[in-house]
Ligand binder design. Sequence first.
Ligand code: ADP
Length: 496
Amino acid sequence: MKLRTRTILSMVLTVLLPIGLALAAYFTVSRTKADVGNTTQGQLYFSNTVDTLASYTDEDVKMLEGWSRTFPDNFLNKDIQRQTNEKLARKNSYLVVRVGTKIVYDGAAKGMHPDYSSLPMYGKLVNGDVLIIKLQTESGILKEINFGKEDGKRGQAFVITPAGSVVPGGEWVILYYIVWLIVIMLITGFIISMLLYRSTIKKVRQMQAATEDIREGNLETRIDVRGKDELSELAQSLERMRARLLADATQKLADEDSNRKFLSSITHDLKTPLTSIIGYSEGILDGIAADPERQRKYIRTIHSKAVDMNELLNELSEFSKLDLHEIPYHFEKINVNDYFDEFAEVTEEELSSDDADFSYKNTLDADTMMICDPAQIKRVLHNLVSNALKYCRVDERLQLKFTVSDAGDFIQASLEDNGKGISPDDLPHVFERLFRADKARNTGIRGSGIGLSIVKKIIEDHGGQIWVTSRLNEGSTFYFLLKKVSPDEETTDISD
Ligand code: ADP
């Protein structure tokens, strides 16, 4: 969950949870029975209002109203007065009867008597009205039933429900709710902080441990944090950084290893002709080559070895220049067909004198364009052709097939020969610096083992790829890809 979503959610929770809890508290509190002593009146709750309290005696009041119309004398009957009062007492209420200004019955318990002077005058209240009056020690709710006596005197029956002991004082209610609110807010705050803390702390700890590991140089331990929130994304970036650092470190080790091997092969490749040069020159100096014919043979060998060394050093210097970007590329947008057609024409011409067959097939659209350094790509092609010539079979006429075709965003060129082929063991190494198949070393074919590594470097600097397939004693095919551009695409100068 995103940190933003989580913050919004916690905000909503901060608002909703207290509301929910407050509602729950409200219902709990409001459904809590009030302490009403030993009376067995109906349900009295803290949430009772004056109306609720008043409604408890509704039925009794209705009955008394019935009497006022049919048996008004019931109000003056001592037994009925007592029975009615007992009935009302079960609802925490009592009966008071007044005739004229004289109180004829007062069923109030001790301390609950009404202040008689505050009783309403006859006719002031209509049936159904509810009046709050002062009792001796508290307030009470009063309902009035009027009745007429046979002698014409007016009578009033009052049903009074003391209210003070049931409805708590307003300040207490407020205090009660404030305490609950504080408890609820503490609970909400605690829950939300715990949720936020628990969801973030684990990731923070993981990242802390990971950065410690990286600082110590231990790049092997994965940082495994899943999720889509910002912290997880940070951890995932950290993981990508760790993976990158590990890859770089591994690459560095591989490069160091390759440099060591390169140094050792270069030493060997320079030492071998140098040993011959020293040997043959000492032979001349020591007079071993006494006759002029032998001396000439020794000098020819010295010269040939020196030429080999010179060739190797030239190619090495070429490679290092390319590697250090000292040879700038001059990229141009050119028509592929024009370029390869011309190459095929020249090569066919050259190979005809070498006793070799050359065929050329191009299936590209006429207006296919590519961006390349024409001189460097020519160098690639010449190198591949000269290798095909060098590594051809003595008993077989060289057949060289040059094919150019479309490969989506790329142009694929391939050069197939029917030469000696490359063994499966040597095949993965032919593009390495100074690599020469053992066969090539031992057959006396001149070479430095640098050519194909230069070819690979040039193709890769063009954003392309190069690879080879081969079968020993059947031939090899070198493939390379070069990026295509649409004819109307702008040419950007990407020269180094
Ligand atoms: P060099 O030709 O100077 O030895 P390269 O880098 O051009 O160096 O080639 C590396 C090795 O790949 C060669 O020594 C040879 O063993 C092998 N090779 C390259 N091209 C061919 C080919 N067309 N047929 C057979 N083997 C080849």
